[in-house]
Write a protein that binds this ligand. Structure first.
Ligand code: PEP
Length: 252
């Protein structure tokens, strides 16, 4: 047994206007009001952060953003800083999601800088890693994870990473309906934890929460959560509906 509190996080991606986000968040707040043993986070689009923060204040639901830029301010059209997210009510930020790596040129180096900005602003970074289907087929899963984790966390000290959350999201399982088996996920999570152990020591390795992401649904979450190194889920599609997301939150 470990004493890591599970985290169930919803990534709403580019879905929901502000009124729609407020409506879903309000419903969710009511549905999860009686949960006590799990942390919950939702990440709406930037424009919905402030109104949703008012809905989730004093509730079980935490607020996250889907990205941030590492500079504090300046001539960076279209970007948003960590302090701006904090002032909008965020406690979490997703960093290095595979869609950002795939469509928006995110690299291990830019992920590293974003994690720094998040930590400096006391935001909890949800640092995403994961292999593509062709990398898995070529038996490169571990080497890809090794590179992403080491480069993403290069230059950090263990005492800076106390709140770090890592999300293992095999790219082939995101939005595809194909979930990694719980054995595949456990193997990857155990490997990621061992990387944290070698780089930062056993205390951090035991404390870091590693979420699984990739087509998590109400009917497959419980079996994933039984695995010793799976500490929660990062959920895309099934987080858009408050009722289905609340069933994932109440996986026990
Ligand atoms: C995600 O976007 O991080 C994700 C895991 O999506 P889905 O649950 O839809 O596969």
């Amino acid at each position: 047994m470990n004493d890591r509190t599970p985290l169930i996080a919803g990534n709403w991606k580019m879905h929901k206007t502000s009124p729609e986000a407020v409506e879903t968040a309000s419903e969710l707040v009511k549905l999860v009001a009686d949960t006590t043993d799990v942390d919950i986070m939702i990440a709406p689009v930037f424009t919905a952060l402030k109104p949703v923060s008012e809905v989730v204040r004093n509730s079980r639901v935490g607020l996250g953003a889907q990205n941030l830029y590492w500079e504090k301010e300046g001539a960076f059209t279209g970007e948003i800083s960590a302090d701006m997210l904090v002032s909008a009510g965020c406690q979490y930020v997703i960093i290095g999601h595979s869609e950002r790596r795939q469509f928006f040129g995110e690299t291990d180096q830019t992920v590293n800088k974003r994690i720094r900005a998040a930590i400096d602003a006391k935001l909890i970074p949800v640092f995403c890693v994961g292999e593509s289907e062709s990398e898995r087929d070529a038996d490169q899963t571990f080497s890809v994870l090794d590179k992403q984790v080491k480069k993403g966390l290069e230059g950090y000290r263990a005492d800076e990473l106390g709140t770090l959350v890592i999300a293992y999201e095999p790219v082939w399982a995101i939005g595809t309906g194909k979930t990694a088996t719980r054995e595949q996920a456990q193997e990857a999570h155990q490997f990621i934890r061992s990387l944290v152990d070698s780089a930062f020591g056993t205390d951090l390795a035991n404390a870091v929460r590693i979420l699984y992401g990739g087509s998590v649904k109400p009917d497959n979450v419980a079996q994933l959560m039984q695995m010793p190194d799976i500490d929660g889920a990062l959920v895309g599609g099934a987080s858009l509906n408050a009722e289905s997301f609340s069933r994932i939150v109440k996986f026990k």
